[in-house]
Design a protein around this ligand. Structure first.
Ligand code: CO8
Length: 257
């Protein structure tokens, strides 16, 4: 399958998607978002893939939605075509996605990173929602996910002024999992993804679903949901294997069933 705006490869049980429009700082146009959705479909359907890494370049994870593509749109077209829907494919991904963010993660780029499950930031990463400076506002979940990630006051300042966060601030505010040196970003992201991909896929997927449920429901409902998933995992061969391996003092060999 040919891709023009992303690079797609695998390394063991990890699927790697690299945003690849270097001349436009990986600005997210419709073609790129469509290719991203196709690659995610492929990795989700591939039983050999247990985790996905989403990366950009050293200069830019993505500098936002493609402003040149949006410039002449009117309300009827944006409403009728609802082109933002295709962006949601990433947030519907059931396998874990690790974002490896270096350089600019602005606007739609920051929104894309926030749709991922683990965000590793290089020291040069910059996160922001500068849409207000263009006379618009975040449109792919930015105002919602940012508010949940960093709280109202910081999200308001970022969305209302367009101020970017340094990697260190993003770490301090809880937007990213951790900050790593730029040179080690991909190897750290691969290490995290390899670890996840080596675990029991049903347990991993249910864990992702359960943590995400925390953002959608009450504490009591969330705890009830978690308990059902926890109980369901006792129906898996991997639960028997994982616990037997612990008792027998050996490494588990999960079969993802
Ligand atoms: N869209 C299109 N082209 C872009 C974008 C972008 N978002 N960002 C950078 N580029 C292009 C530039 O136009 C330039 O191209 P050219 O060489 O042909 O002029 C090239 O990338 C390099 O950019 P710069 O020369 O500007 O590089 P600098 O290092 O001087 O500046 C910045 C880097 C600060 C990142 C700067 O490029 C910038 O401010 N970019 C725009 C950032 C921004 O406003 N992002 C938000 C966009 S709106 C958005 O994301 C809405 C999301 C809604 C989601 C759902 C809707 C689809």
């Amino acid at each position: 399958m040919a891709y023009e705006n992303i690079l797609v490869e695998t390394n063991g049980r990890v699927g790697i998607i690299t945003l690849n429009r270097p001349k436009a700082l990986n600005a997210l146009n419709a073609a790129l978002i469509g290719e991203l959705a196709r690659a995610l479909d492929m990795f989700e359907a591939d039983a050999g893939i247990g985790c996905i890494v989403l990366a950009g370049s050293e200069r830019a994870f993505a500098a936002g939605a493609d402003i040149k593509e949006m410039q002449h749109l009117g309300f009827p077209a944006t409403y009728k075509d609802d082109f933002i829907t295709s962006w949601e494919r990433l947030s519907r991904c059931r396998k874990p996605v690790v974002a490896a963010v270096a350089g600019y993660a602005l606007g739609g780029g920051c929104e894309l990173a926030m749709m991922c499950d683990v965000i590793l930031a290089a020291e040069n990463a910059r996160f922001g929602q500068p849409e207000i400076q263009l006379g618009i506002m975040p449109g792919a979940g930015g105002s919602q996910r940012l508010a949940r990630a960093v709280g109202k006051a910081k999200a308001m300042e970022m969305c209302l002024t367009g101020r970017n966060l340094s990697a260190e601030e993003a770490d301090r505010y809880g937007l990213v999992s951790r900050v790593v040196p730029l040179a080690g970003l991909m190897s750290e992201a691969m290490k995290v993804a390899d670890t996840i991909a080596g675990l029991s896929l049903p347990a991993v997927m249910m864990t992702k679903e359960s943590v995400n449920r925390a953002f959608e429901t009450t504490l009591a409902e969330g705890i009830r949901f978690e308990r059902r998933l926890f109980q369901a995992l006792f129906a898996t061969a991997d639960q028997k294997e994982g616990m037997a391996a612990f008792v027998e003092k050996r490494s588990p060999s999960f079969r993802n069933s």
